[in-house]
Design a protein around this ligand. Structure first.
Ligand SMILES: [Zn+2]
Length: 207
């Protein structure tokens, strides 16, 4: 965005930073910047604090790779959950969606993306080797993983990723299932409602 001489540099800087966010064009960025300018200083300061903490306090769980402030994350650290059941998802927001449905008592594994040749994302860019390692380690520790639920999105890339992981798991003593259809094709897990998600989980099928 070309800087406007009528705007102070600090305002231009905020507008430019906000414009980098997905779904926010220069117009929305300007609107947000002026909204903050008109609002009490506390609002801007609270936002600035939240932004600083976002990176300073969070990290990836060393077990499931979900975003967390403590390692292992609260789900992995919860002994009342079923650690023999791993639900593999694309993104942290998918974990949040499944947790909202309140029907799943297993643990998770976050891939951080899907295989996408068009975007130059290969299996090595995802946490797939870590999943295999995790399953092997659990078996060695005498607490084998019984089932892996592949809950990648029902998109071409999500299906491709699920098939790839299924092949990788073929040599291991673990049952591999896929979420039942019912999720809208091409839809995103994170936007599915709780009833649909519960049904998709309950009706999961062996791959
Ligand atoms: Zn975890």
């Amino acid at each position: 965005m070309a800087s406007n001489p009528s705007l102070p540099p600090s305002v231009t800087r905020l507008i430019e930073a906000l414009s980098q966010l997905p779904g926010i064009g220069p117009k929305s960025a300007s609107r947000l910047a002026f909204f903050l300018l008109r609002s009490p200083a506390e609002m801007s300061l609270a936002l600035a604090d939240a932004l600083r903490d976002l990176k300073a306090r969070t990290r990836l769980c060393s077990v499931c790779f979900n975003i967390t402030e403590s390692d292992p994350c609260p789900v992995c650290a919860d002994v009342s959950r079923d650690h023999g059941l791993i639900c593999v998802v694309e993104e942290p927001l998918d974990v949040a969606a499944i947790e909202r449905a309140r029907v799943y008592r297993g643990v998770y594994h976050v891939l951080h993306g899907v295989i996408s040749p068009i975007n130059g994302v290969g299996p090595d860019d995802l946490r797939i080797d870590e999943l295999i390692g995790r399953i092997r380690k659990s078996a060695e520790a005498g607490q084998p993983v019984r089932e892996v639920i592949l809950a990648t999105n029902p998109t071409v890339e999500g299906e491709m990723t699920a098939s790839f992981i299924q092949r990788k798991l073929a040599g291991l003593e673990v049952s591999v299932t896929r979420l039942a259809r019912g999720l809208p094709v091409g839809g995103d897990l994170e936007y599915a409602d709780e009833v649909t998600l519960s049904r998709a989980l309950e009706g999961r099928q062996r791959m």
